[in-house]
Design a protein around this ligand. Structure first.
Ligand code: SF4
Length: 369
């Protein structure tokens, strides 16, 4: 039996893909199957793998009424140097484990990153300050689940692609990671426990729609950041809107292949003086009237050097009431993890935040900025 198998393929491949990959390495299918399941179930690599498993380099903990919120950094391959010339450092992905009180027991949602940094440039977002460094590979995405499950020791019932990055900018890697995460011989998450949260790239949504229509994918959840009631405001805070305006996005969502009991999550970050007026609620309700959705109102979490404060409780409640008067289905997201900058739109390691980064290629040459 081989004793120096590389761990990365196991994290990036489904059970069947791993069996095929292992054959030319001289690993019998039965044994390959056994070590695959054991690896995911116990987190133990046994004597078969030479490379180390993903292990957080830093964990930040914030108490919340439902339990501790853990944000963790996971080193991935590659190094970066800030454009101010400071010392090179390892790239890290960022993830957050959020406890939720279920009916019978505590559950955990894992918020994963699909990229390091992000190219979308949303004005309210901490991650946008970094720019895009690079996209993550499927094994680096699944590695975040592995670290949460086997190093932090949490049972993960839900995964949301809501950390750093725009998942539809890295869609094939995200889809492959979901195949692995939902493989019943691997992490075995339910497809209904997986959500993709996007700014609404139309090309990416068209690809995702094709996938959702295939067997086993129908229960994948979709969340779309709407964040504005009209193009004028949305283009100001979300540059993507200048190329892909709201009318086209809403048309795409109206035709989304939903199961009968499901709804799209329309995310709305409520930002004082930007999108929180009563008439904005009226306009938003009319805009989404034809989309089967739940409007998720998220009180803005001020990023560093933010031009806007967090909204007052009364303003959040008034906005929600106004939407409900129009018959909209609305929820309010409770913010957890604000203290460790682990709340929505706030990922991005403190040391590298607000700095333009240059990725160092294998030979040390500049690869991206
Ligand atoms: S909100 Fe999401 S898509 Fe927009 S910049 Fe931040 S990480 Fe990127």
């Amino acid at each position: 039996m081989g004793t120096n198998l590389d761990i990365a393929p196991v994290l990036g491949l489904t059970h069947d893909q791993w069996i095929e990959r292992a054959k030319p390495l001289g690993v019998r299918p039965g044994y390959a199957s056994e070590i695959y399941s054991r690896f995911y179930r116990t987190g133990s690599v046994g004597p078969d793998f030479a490379t180390p498993v993903p292990r957080p380099s830093r964990i930040l903990t914030t108490p919340s009424p439902e339990g501790d919120v853990h944000k963790f950094l996971l080193p991935v391959s590659g190094m970066v140097r800030a454009s101010d010339g400071s010392a090179a450092e390892w790239l890290t992905s960022e993830s957050v484990v959020i406890p939720m009180m279920g009916r019978a027991r505590k559950r955990h949602t894992l918020c994963v990153s699909s990229q390091i940094g992000c190219a979308m440039g949303c004005g309210f977002c901490e991650t946008a300050q970094m720019g895009l460094v690079r996209s993550l590979t499927p094994d680096e995405i699944v590695g975040q689940w592995f670290a949460a499950r086997h190093h932090l020791g949490h049972e993960i019932s839900n995964i949301v692609f809501m950390g750093m990055g725009e998942p539809l900018d890295n869609i094939e890697a995200v889809l492959q990671a979901i195949r692995v995460l939902t493989d019943h011989r691997g992490p075995a998450l339910a497809m209904s426990g997986v959500s993709i949260s996007t700014v609404g790239r139309l090309d990416g949504l068209a690809r995702l729609r094709e996938q959702v229509c295939s067997t086993g994918w129908r229960k994948l959840n979709l969340a779309v950041s709407i964040n504005a009631p009209n193009d004028e405001i949305r283009s100001r805070i979300m540059p993507i809107n200048r190329a892909m305006p709201l009318a086209e996005l809403v048309r795409m969502l109206e035709g989304w292949p939903l199961r009968s009991s499901a709804a799209i999550c329309a995310e709305y970050v409520l930002i004082p003086t930007v999108n929180d007026a009563p008439e904005h609620a009226d306009e938003l309700a009319a805009l989404l009237a034809g989309v089967r959705c739940c409007i998720n109102v998220i009180p803005y979490n001020p990023r560093r050097n933010s031009p806007w404060p967090a909204p007052e409780e009364t303003a959040v409640a008034a906005f929600i009431d106004r939407l409900r008067e129009h018959g909209a289905y609305v929820k309010r997201r409770r913010t957890k993890g604000r203290d460790t900058m682990a709340a929505c739109g706030q990922l991005g390691a403190a040391e590298i935040r607000r700095r333009r980064l240059v990725e160092l290629g294998v030979e040390g040459g500049v690869k991206a900025s």
